[in-house]
Write a protein that binds this ligand. Structure first.
Ligand SMILES: NC(=O)c1ccc[n+]([C@@H]2O[C@H](COP(=O)([O-])OP(=O)(O)OC[C@H]3O[C@@H](n4cnc5c(N)ncnc54)[C@H](OP(=O)(O)O)[C@@H]3O)[C@@H](O)[C@H]2O)c1
Length: 305
């Protein structure tokens, strides 16, 4: 059981590390520390976390901590594990989605317990102390460990900060994580296509942002309240084939790459067997037009981009 007076050290004061330090402090963990390698960044971290100790380097923080949470980019985790001296009283975990705790083998070789703690949430550098707790409420946290005791502590910690602990088998972690990235980063990339198109046809930045906000907010609210099939709208569902054709023509002219994205998403919409697309089996015309549409989409997907 991780006591409120346990010494928790966070390596890396980036997006997740800082949010995690704030949420731990907000939930009563009294002895949280964090590393910050850039002296220019320390005042803003100290302002966010007045009671938190800030260390310049990983070893000083490790020497001061019982549980060490590595919040560096994924490719630095092994380097951190290998370049730090650990002891058998410590627990060392990382927060990476796709990697198992094996990347912390160097800490395990020194006798430390190792594990992982991946919140399935998105964290940015825009931190608001009052709302950080909400980021963890209802958030799935994928935990794993080579020690049953540490696993139980991570499970309790997850619940304490409002999360829901889960355990994904190591071999499924990349797939689990890519679904999170599609829901988050890829969704943002998709929205950037729309923003760029609206700006390219003359909308101002604020007009384009308004269009994005109203459409995406309503869509996400519908998805959460009614589920994905009931939230789908658009020309595919209406069987408006000329409209889809005009979209593909316009996009091929604007950007074949964007046309490819739209064609692929249209194909996914069409292929989704659970989608409420009403095809009239008695109507040869509708059936032919679906076939034409699928061929058109395929040609857009195959055209060189
Ligand atoms: N952000 C998210 O939404 C999110 C969500 C779930 C899980 N995660 C996981 O959390 C971890 C951190 O991601 P992040 O988005 O917070 O990254 P980030 O914003 O890029 O922050 C990384 C931090 O690590 C520091 N760092 C880099 N190399 C280091 C080293 N060798 N020793 C000590 N500190 C080092 C960086 O310091 P400098 O600035 O000095 O380089 C920076 O403060 C990753 O494993 C990621 O997969 C992130």
């Amino acid at each position: 059981m991780l006591a409120f007076n346990s010494r928790i050290g966070i390596i890396g004061s980036g997006r997740l590390g800082t949010n995690l330090a704030v949420v731990l402090a907000n939930h009563g963990y009294e002895r949280v520390s964090i590393t910050c390698r850039k002296s220019s960044a320390k005042p803003s971290i100290q302002a966010l976390l007045p009671k938190v100790t800030i260390f310049d380097n990983n070893q000083d923080l490790a020497d001061f901590s019982d549980l060490i949470i590595v919040c560096t980019p994924d490719h630095q985790i092994t380097t951190v594990a290998e370049s730090t001296t650990w002891n058998s009283q410590q627990s060392v975990i990382h927060c990476c989605g796709p990697l198992s705790y094996d990347v912390l083998a160097a800490a395990s070789d020194s006798g430390a317990s190792i594990g992982s703690f991946h919140p399935c949430q998105t964290f940015t550098g825009n931190i608001n102390i009052a709302s950080v707790n909400k980021l963890f409420e209802g958030t799935l946290i994928n935990i794993s460990s080579d020690s049953p005791t540490l696993l139980e502590s991570l499970s309790n910690l997850s619940r304490k900060i409002g999360g829901i602990p889960i355990s994904i088998p190591d071999e499924l972690r990349p797939l689990y994580h890519v679904a999170a990235v599609i829901t988050c980063g890829s969704l943002a990339a998709l929205m950037s296509i729309s923003m760029n198109i609206w700006k390219a046809i003359g909308l101002t930045e604020s007009e384009a942002a308004s269009a994005l906000k109203t459409l995406s907010t309503t869509t996400l609210a519908n998805v959460h309240e009614h589920g994905i099939p009931a939230s789908l709208t658009g020309p595919i569902l209406r069987q408006d084939f000329e409209t889809i054709d005009s979209h593909l023509n316009a996009l091929m002219h604007y950007s074949p790459e964007a046309a490819g994205v739209y064609a692929l998403l249209s194909k996914i919409t069409l292929d989704g067997s659970s989608l409420p697309i009403e095809k009239d089996p008695n109507s040869k015309d509708v059936s032919n037009r679906y076939t034409d549409l699928i061929e058109r989409i395929s040609s857009c997907l195959e055209s060189p981009r």
